[in-house]
Design a protein around this ligand. Sequence first.
Ligand SMILES: Nc1ncnc2c1ncn2[C@@H]1O[C@H](COP(=O)(O)OP(=O)(O)OP(=O)(O)O)[C@@H](O)[C@H]1O
Ligand SMILES: [Mg+2]
Length: 588
Amino acid sequence: MRVKQSEGLFKRFLPYFALLGAVRLQFAAAIFFGVIFGVASGFGLPFMADRVFPVIFGPEPPPTAILLTVTALIPVVFLIRAASGFLNVYLIHYCGGKVLEALRVRVFSKLQELPLAFYQKNKSGDLLARVVNDTGQLQGVVTNVANDLIKQPLTFIGALGAVVYLSMKQQDLLFVLLALLLVPVCILPIRIIGKKLLHRAHRFLAQTADLTTILNENLTATKEVRAFGLEKREIRKFEQAAQGLFHWAMKVVKYSHILSPTIEVVAAIGVAGAVFYAASRGVSLETILPLIFALYMAYEPVKKLGRIHNEIRKGEASLERLEYILNTEDTVPDPEAPQSMSLGQVRGEIRFERVFFAYEQGIPVLQDVNATISPGEVVALVGPSGAGKTTFANLIPRFYDVSAGAIRVDGMDVRDVRKEDLRRAMAIVPQDPVLFNDTVRSNILAGNLDAPPEAVEYAAERAFAHEFIHELPHGYETVVGEKGMRLSGGQKQRLALARAFLRNAPILILDEATSALDATSEDMIQQALAGLIQDKTVLIIAHRFSTIRLASRILLFENGRIKATGDHEKLYITSNVYKKLYDQQYMT
Ligand SMILES: Nc1ncnc2c1ncn2[C@@H]1O[C@H](COP(=O)(O)OP(=O)(O)OP(=O)(O)O)[C@@H](O)[C@H]1O
Ligand SMILES: [Mg+2]
């Protein structure tokens, strides 16, 4: 049972030992210096005490030359011990750090692959905690464990050897038995405490994630907190989470540190047994003292190994949280045998065939949607809020997969081509575009990382953004601040359009911003749009009827269905919903 469990633990960590492969030389060196350190302290120092000093302080004073050599040996041994000790610790941390780096990158890479649905189920603060905090915890485990996993068993074997040797001299092997007995006796508390610790470490990490989530949310809503006077409520929330964190941190401390004293008490019982046995057999003090000492020395590594077990338990909790990310299945996977879709050949026909979709089971959002958008056609999606327009658009680049039916681009099911190829064929301007905390230039370049430098300014010109960019303190090299904080709403939208210009993809999907802009901004954006839609298949989710004019056909959405299609004149006469939407906007 015990073997099976430790085997299980070992197996859990096994895939991650492969990460040490990249630093195997440093790791081997670390072990090498660890052994040198062990020999220098475990053997070198006692050797000096046992063999060298008696000679120097013998009845005859030794010749000065020998005395000098021997005394010089003292700092030399310490130097070897110090240097190898330092190198051992330094290299172990180096390897641990490298493993951590690789693990972080692996988790982060996985996060890039995961579909949007994953981010709706998981709080970003929690994911943040997993990437930053849990990997850090795991690093602590790797280095601590790697440190002791070599030194401690060696020490135990050494101490056991001493017990055997001393017992043989006594011709009484019962002491060996005593030394061996304490290992199984100590296993019990190690196992019980380890299990409790795992559970508490989990709670502690979850609580850390809660704290991060609150902090993260607070930092993204700084304006709302001040505008609505939520400061006190936010502080209370944070206080509660901090209290919870303290509670579970103390539990972890308790179970981490109760093990050593427990094992010490067990050791004392063992030693008492040895003393009793020796005394009742009339063994002399000189013979029993070294034995008791060796026996005690054998407990030390058992104690340390117990601590390692605890560490591993803590690491296991972190590992499980990381594996949650690493093992999450991609619900929007790439096909095994992808059909080729090369950018130059995409015509841009989009077809929805009997499409059904739900974000959550049982709550249908799109129902039996059929539509064909021809290459080069400009189509506007219109309908009341919540009708499913954005959802319709989200399905084309496979941000989500349909529940039933199919979506085809140029006749190919979007699930049969690689997501990368599919998405390269489209430029998407979301309802609320996000800018990176980087320069204006690199924010536009995000639309197409391979674009030549002069293309950036050309794209900005066509998006009517060049002028305002020119007036920024550092022009194209101005950093826009987190989420583009230093830009106005209209400026952000024009940067998003510049990205789309730069991408120059055959399919353009535009989710128009709902926020109203001033007339000049609005006018510039309309002109930019008119340029952008040339020679492309265009889907515009239009909130402003000025935009609808650009479209040759309108799809009217209502309650997750396409209720009507046609041009403005036709819909205005035939559809009450459309007429109402249109009139409402022109009344205001
Ligand atoms: N991520 C999501 N998870 C669950 N439900 C969602 C999600 N996104 C949208 N919905 C729901 O799906 C329905 C359609 O939403 P969608 O965003 O497609 O509407 P819309 O037509 O774009 O509206 P608007 O004009 O306000 O942008 C709504 O009822 C909405 O509550
Ligand atoms: Mg929308």
